[in-house]
Ligand binder design. Structure first.
Ligand code: NAD
Length: 258
């Protein structure tokens, strides 16, 4: 049987280590034949990611801090050199900005600086990356981009605070971009997993308690499996979802309906 992503070229942003959701998605795409270039935030915080890339046939790696405009130019060059300027998929799996204090207690204590930083890294960066990569995605016959969000974008989840506000902006940006880019056969969707213990998640106050209680409250009565998240991501990145754009796909064992 042909592999679902055979010959597809893509970029994944947001691998920090082997627990990262982005890495689980990468593994699934590699199994299905994709060619992947990876970005990483900086050498210091991405040592584990860089060793994963080296062991797993990365087509290229590129430093990209989403707050640094020059890094975007470096990524363009890598895509032109390695993928002949044609890009079939993009995974945006990035969140950051708040301090540990912002992720506990009351939302309204957030400072102006941390509010704006959270918006820049966790929401604006998706528009920045797609604006930069759209010319390469247009060069492909069809292309697909996803970002990662969380239910805290639409419900008040204790301690998620400013990240919930940023995720609301991220999801809304994804819908606007789905509308903008649809004419070029570029689809833009959102994957919204339930809680998974990763480096970013461990900063949210009471996260381990939330994980403990989560399984009991879901219709499927089990914790979120990262492989299930990766399968859903691959579905949205592949031609299997050719008629779907601007949507949020929850991979949370049904938690959001209760
Ligand atoms: P993670 O810590 O493994 O990944 C977060 C990534 O963001 C890291 O690779 C980090 O380097 C990157 N990043 C932060 N600031 C950056 C910057 N300025 N420039 C470039 N990269 C930057 O954690 P994760 O849980 O895998 O998070 C991935 C995505 O999934 C995030 O958008 C997160 O909000 C979302 N998500 C996570 C959960 C969960 O429970 N873990 C649930 C729903 C959604």
């Amino acid at each position: 049987m042909p592999k679902i992503m055979q010959g597809k070229n893509g970029v994944i942003l947001g691998v920090a280590n082997n627990k990262s959701i982005a890495w689980q998605i990468a593994k699934k795409l590699l199994e299905e034949g994709a060619n992947i270039g990876y970005t990483y935030q900086d050498e210091e915080s991405s040592k584990k990611a860089l060793s994963l890339f080296a062991k797993n046939d990365a087509v290229f790696t590129c430093k990209l801090d989403v707050c640094a405009d020059d890094d975007f130019t470096a990524l363009n060059k890598k895509i032109e050199e390695n993928f002949a300027g044609k890009l079939d998929f993009v995974v945006h799996s990035i969140a950051g900005g708040p301090s540990l204090e912002d992720l506990q207690g009351d939302f309204y204590n957030v400072s102006r600086h941390n509010f704006l930083k959270s918006m820049e890294i966790s929401a604006y960066s998706f528009a920045a990356i797609l604006r930069n990569l759209a010319p390469y995605m247009k060069a492909a016959e069809s292309a697909s981009a996803i970002c990662l969000s969380y239910l805290g974008s639409e419900r008040v989840v204790p301690n998620y605070n400013v990240m919930g506000v940023a995720k609301a902006a991220l999801e809304c940006s994804a819908r606007y971009m789905a509308s903008d880019l649809g004419r070029d056969n570029i689809r833009v969707n959102i994957v919204s997993p339930g809680p998974i213990l990763t480096r970013a998640a461990s900063g949210v106050g009471g996260f381990r308690q939330m994980l403990k209680e989560f399984a009991e409250k879901t219709p499927l009565q089990k914790p979120v499996n990262t492989e299930d998240v990766a399968s859903a991501a691959m579905f949205l990145l592949s031609e299997l979802s050719a008629g779907i754009t601007g949507q949020t796909l929850f991979v949370d064992n049904g938690f959001n309906i209760r």
